[in-house]
Design a protein around this ligand. Structure first.
Ligand code: EPU
Length: 419
């Protein structure tokens, strides 16, 4: 079990950070590589979740090779549609392999996915999607088996909620089905548009929009060649590091338009933010004012994956802010840890809390990450504590932040990972 030691800051962060390829785009794209004759994925981040995806691919009969940021996936002689239980337990995204393995092998089996604990995370919508496209599914509490020996058939898929993962399952499965599909009420996250681009590079015919329209290929796809979009949550986390320390940062390979609600909040709090193509500049004054009210919601609204980092920022700035988490049943793991560091946060119910900003530093403490973004928030909190902090559960953070110690060191943060 690893932990991070953050030394606290003598001065605000400053300098340049290159944002990595997005974990949440690279993972579905590696799953979609199963549908292709082969895939070359550029800008693919080095993260523990990507290593898990590589193991799933290798186990299913694909080679996975990396040269710098470029990853290549190729089918070997034989493929099998089973993902071992141990690998499913490691991450939620293992469920994304079910549809592609089903399309390639005619049958597939995965175990209930693990991943960050954010309350109940059912997979009923993934099952609904595959059944709607004609797959036969048998599922118990532990394992899901799918079969479609004669392939899938295009259909109208009407999602009751815009689930990111279920939309990705639908896009991948419909791309190889026979006939046309329409996904109604899809998730509109940029990572899904990126997945559509990946699939189209391999000859699929998907049109991303308020409804996603797919003309199925009735078979597997050609070779895919794609560059993974920048990680908007990593970009948001570094912007929060600048804001919390009153620093100045220039982010390369970052798209402001992907995190506009977060940018607007930082601006309203008092930061100056400028953007050019694929870069974001932030200059944060020491004194920032709370935005008053923030709610997470599906894209293009405020992303749940930046809620914990924003909470850490609110904890040390001026004013009161009520936050409501609308995506996950339980994503408040950072609150008790921030409180331990002296933050003034009142929990109203499982989804709502009020932060009263201290307008001053937090206490130095040893705290524990309970999920990836909770971990990011606790590192940010360490930057706002005079003598830093120690963040246990560091392996969560390694799931989503490439080279975090190296990148943070370059902008003046003293941080170390130890096992
Ligand atoms: N849901 C269902 N049934 C399903 C699927 C989802 O009820 O079959 C519910 C979930 O329980 C949740 C809500 O729908 O309450 C949203 O879940 P969604 O399917 O949209 O999320 P996901 O695909 O599991 C992805 C990201 C998450 C991110 C969410 C929301 C990846 C690999 N993961 O998860 O990222 O928080 O979308 O934007 O893309 C992270 O990076 O830290 C992370 C958790």
């Amino acid at each position: 079990m690893g932990y991070f030691t953050v030394s606290g800051l003598d001065m605000p962060v400053s300098g340049e950070v290159r944002i990595s390829g997005a974990k949440n785009a690279a993972l579905p794209e590696l799953a979609a590589a199963v549908l292709c004759e082969g895939a070359a994925l550029d800008n693919c981040p080095r993260l523990s979740d990507i290593e898990t995806a590589a193991k799933i691919l290798e186990n299913a009969g694909f080679s996975f090779e990396r040269a710098g940021g470029c990853v290549s996936v190729l089918p070997r002689e034989n493929q099998n549609g089973c993902v071992p239980e141990e690998l499913c337990g490691k991450m939620r995204s293992s469920i994304l392999f079910l549809a592609p393995l089903l399309c390639r092998c005619g049958e597939a089996a995965v175990y209930m996915p693990g991943g960050c604990c954010l309350g109940a995370r059912p997979v009923d919508l993934h099952i609904y999607v595959l059944e709607t496209l004609g797959a036969k599914i048998s599922a118990d509490n532990c394992k899901i088996t799918a079969s479609a020996p004669n392939g899938l058939n295009g259909a109208e898929i009407d999602l009751p909620i815009p689930s990111v993962g279920a939309t990705e399952t639908a896009v991948m499965a419909a791309a190889c089905a026979s006939g046309e599909s329409v996904i109604k009420n899809p998730a509109m996250e940029p990572e899904i548009e990126d997945l559509c681009r990946f699939l189209n590079s391999a000859g699929a015919d998907t049109v991303f929009g308020r409804e996603i329209k797919i003309r199925g290929k009735n078979g597997l796809l050609e070779r895919a060649q794609h560059s993974v979009m920048p990680d908007r949550i990593e970009a948001g986390t570094y912007l929060a590091a600048a804001a919390i320390t009153g620093g100045e940062l220039y982010l390369k390979n970052a798209e402001q338009r992907h995190i506009l609600p977060f940018i607007k909040i930082l601006e309203n709090m008092g930061c100056i933010i400028k953007s050019r193509s694929q870069s974001i500049y932030i200059d944060a004054p020491g004194c920032l004012y709370s935005p008053g009210l923030v709610e997470t919601a599906p894209y293009p609204e405020f992303p749940t994956d930046l809620q914990p980092q924003l909470t850490a920022l609110l904890a040390v700035k001026r004013g009161k802010c009520t936050v409501r988490e609308n995506i996950f049943e339980s994503r408040l793991g950072h609150i008790p840890q921030l409180r331990k560091m002296g933050a003034d946060i009142e929990i109203h119910d499982e989804r709502t809390f009020t932060v009263r900003g201290l307008d001053g530093p937090l206490k130095s403490e040893s705290v524990r990450a309970t999920d990836l973004r909770c971990g990011a928030a606790l590192i940010l909190a360490g930057l706002a504590a005079k003598n830093g902090n120690r963040v246990e559960g560091g392996e969560y953070i390694l799931r989503g932040y490439e080279d975090i110690c190296k990148k943070m060191s370059l902008i003046g943060i003293k941080i170390k990972y130890s096992t």
